[in-house]
Design a protein around this ligand. Structure first.
Ligand code: PGA
Length: 255
């Protein structure tokens, strides 16, 4: 059985390398449940090398990657990330889709490039508006568009995060999704992967939840939604809170 994964998505925080290294040290100390939970710390690009040097138990993640290296001013390539010890790369986060104009086509190219470089992509999908009972078709479309061109041999390394955009803590009026709706989203995502890559790969796929995760709700996302981990933004900037989230996620038994 795959381990649960908790990803600290620091976004464009903190303001200095010194603070980033302090936060990383504290999170690393809290990552002592290695048998049941894998912890990934994803700092901004300029802090990757410094944070990577102090992580002993947690893994290093990046928040984006370009799909190639060479004549692309301002871009960071998969090989460059890999050379810093990055093992996981968040791709298709809604903030990149919204503020950096990322399209499904770009995200698909990035996923393939990250896989070819030997890292694990963490693909974020989610609808912008809160819908009724049904998980909106957009989630399926985002997954198909991003993963259609990926050879099934790479599939075991792909991780998907269901992150409804309206639930992200910095969105006005944000509230976490309900465990029931997240449970349906996980089942729906697995059905799509079943159609794309078949049953065995859909069953071993890790689906994480993201959006206003806190120590108060992480337990029910693990237990009631049967999520395989979480992508945590705001609460991951506070090592005490994130340490609590790690401890609770590690203590909930696998269904
Ligand atoms: P949040 O952010 O935990 O602050 O809601 C999650 C994310 O955007 O990755």
């Amino acid at each position: 059985m795959n381990k649960r994964i908790l990803v600290a998505n620091w976004k464009s925080n903190p303001k200095s390398l010194r603070e980033a290294v302090q936060m990383a040290r504290a999170i690393d100390r809290a990552s002592m449940f290695r048998r049941t939970v894998g912890v990934v710390v994803a700092p901004p690009f300029p802090f990757l090398a410094g944070v990577g040097r102090v992580l002993e138990r947690a893994h290093l993640g990046a928040q984006d990657s370009f799909w190639a290296g060479g004549a692309y001013t301002g871009a960071v390539s998969p090989d460059e990330l890999k050379s810093l010890g990055v093992q996981y790369v968040i791709l298709g986060h809604s903030e990149r889709r919204i503020h950096a104009g990322e399209t499904d086509d770009m995200i698909g190219k990035k996923i393939l490039a990250v896989l070819e470089a030997g890292m694990s992509p963490i693909l974020c999908v989610g609808e912008r508006e809160r819908a009724g009972r049904d998980i909106p078709a957009i989630v399926g479309e985002q997954i198909m568009a991003a993963l259609r061109g990926i050879p099934p041999a790479y599939a075991p390394r792909v991780i998907i995060v269901y992150e409804p955009v309206w639930a992200i803590s910095t969105m006005p009026g944000a509230v976490a999704d309900t465990p029931e709706s997240a449970f349906r989203a996980r089942a729906y995502i697995r059905r799509i992967i079943n159609d794309l890559w078949g049953r065995a790969l859909s069953e071993s796929l890790r689906v994480l939840y993201g959006g206003s995760v806190t120590p108060e709700n992480i337990g029910s996302f693990m237990r009631d939604s049967e999520m395989d981990g979480a992508l945590v933004g705001g609460a991951s900037l506070n090592p005490t809170l994130f340490g609590e989230i790690i401890r609770i996620a590690a203590s909930v038994k696998r269904p």
